[in-house]
Ligand binder design. Structure first.
Ligand SMILES: [Fe+2]
Length: 389
């Protein structure tokens, strides 16, 4: 059997009402908590008030840092860090989707690591242990609550996504509560859900995959392909919301071990330059990247197809691969993501520019199961955007 390593230092609480744990978990870590959150939705849903109440009950003071934008900028991290330092915060609570949770990680890092934040971007650059983070997701997709990754946007000159990857930024605690996702709008549910699906599929077919993360990935794919169309019809169903949030958690655990492949590598510029939400950018690329990769990688094909609900037992590899790609397209349609997927305008010069940048990401290229060239990447972008050549 294949040897592997699996590292996950985050204490996970999963279930309805689990945000009440924030008080007792924070109390173990200190007396002053910076609560980092996005726009107004956490406040409107009442989650923010509940967290403040639970913290207060255990003698932990809340300092609020609201208004973290999508794809948080380095300026936002700096403002958060200044507040955390001024208020002598000992704990950072990230409440929201991927952006507030990643911002919480960034603020935790910059509060203890001296000098400019940019020197810590990249892989394993941290000098000091960051402040402890309690992550509380309100979307089911990013998995940031159980990963050692955070993504930030630099705004000097052109916008660029920069990744921080370090075992030190695994959250200490993740409170994963399906009730917090009940009021998510349909479009956010679909975007973030496909992000989670992409994590699971990329982790499964990655060259870095391993037996244990494969089991988690297949379970996540099965749950997402079953329940994402259901939640589009029944958004208030806590049970279905729970299944999706659980799947997103599993997919986060997968990429914490395997990393992602070129779906994510190719998606970043679609967000920074074309303003597409992260999950939507992955959705546009996912079927085409799968089509490219499945041509040479048969080992995982049967199990992937099965977890998507397809029977490919007696099919040739090519037919089975096509079934997988068709099923993914059908799923995108079922969750309402297909209408505008390839109607976006993209210039040929942008495609080439984006593709050249993807080729710099050696780690994602190495993780991709089939060797991929610049021309292959250009071709996938063209197909994804319906550009006929
Ligand atoms: Fe993602």
């Amino acid at each position: 059997m294949q040897s592997f390593q699996f590292y996950l230092p985050t204490r996970v609480y999963f279930g309805k009402g689990m945000i009440e744990k924030v008080g007792e978990e924070a109390k173990k870590l200190g007396k002053r908590a910076l609560v980092v959150t996005g726009g107004k939705s956490a406040r409107r849903m009442g989650a923010l008030q509940k967290i403040e109440d639970f913290l207060k009950k255990m003698g932990v003071k809340t300092i609020l840092f609201e208004g973290v934008e999508a794809n948080p900028s380095l300026e936002t991290i700096k403002r958060g860090m200044n507040l955390a330092k001024k208020e002598k915060c000992q704990i950072i609570v990230g409440l929201g989707g991927g952006s507030p949770m990643d911002a919480a990680k960034g603020i935790a890092v910059s509060s203890t690591n001296p000098g400019g934040f940019t020197q810590y971007l990249g892989r394993n650059k941290l000098k000091e242990v960051p402040l402890p983070v309690i992550a509380i997701p309100t979307t089911a997709g990013t998995g940031s609550e159980v990963t050692p990754y955070a993504v930030f946007t630099t705004t000097d000159g052109k916008h660029q996504k920069k990744i921080m990857a370090d075992d030190f930024i695994f959250p200490k605690v993740a409170l994963v509560d399906p009730e917090l996702t009940l009021s998510l709008p349909a479009s956010v549910t679909a975007d973030t859900g496909i992000d989670a699906l992409s994590h699971a599929i990329e982790g499964l077919i990655s060259n870095n995959s391993q037996p244990l993360s494969d089991r988690l990935a297949l379970e996540a794919i099965k749950l997402l392909s079953t329940h994402l169309p259901e939640v589009a019809r029944n958004p208030q169903d806590t049970e279905v919301r729970g299944q999706i949030l659980y799947a997103s958690l599993l997919a986060g655990m997968v990429i914490a071990q395997t990393g992602t492949i070129i779906v994510h590598g190719m998606s970043y510029r679609l967000t920074t330059d074309l303003n597409l939400p992260h999950g939507r950018a992955c959705a546009i690329l996912l079927p085409w990247v799968c089509e490219f990769n499945l041509k040479s990688s048969s080992a995982k094909l049967t199990s992937l197809a099965k977890s998507l609900g397809e029977d490919v037992e007696n099919l040739s590899q090519e037919e089975a691969g096509q079934r997988v790609v068709n099923r993914l397209r059908e799923l995108l349609l079922q969750v309402g993501l297909s209408q505008d997927l390839n109607l976006r305008k993209i210039e040929e010069s942008q495609i080439r520019d984006f593709a050249h940048e993807v080729m710099q990401d050696k780690r994602k290229l190495a993780n991709n199961p089939r060797k991929i060239t610049l021309e292959n990447i250009i071709e996938i972008y063209r197909k994804a955007f319906g550009v006929v050549k």
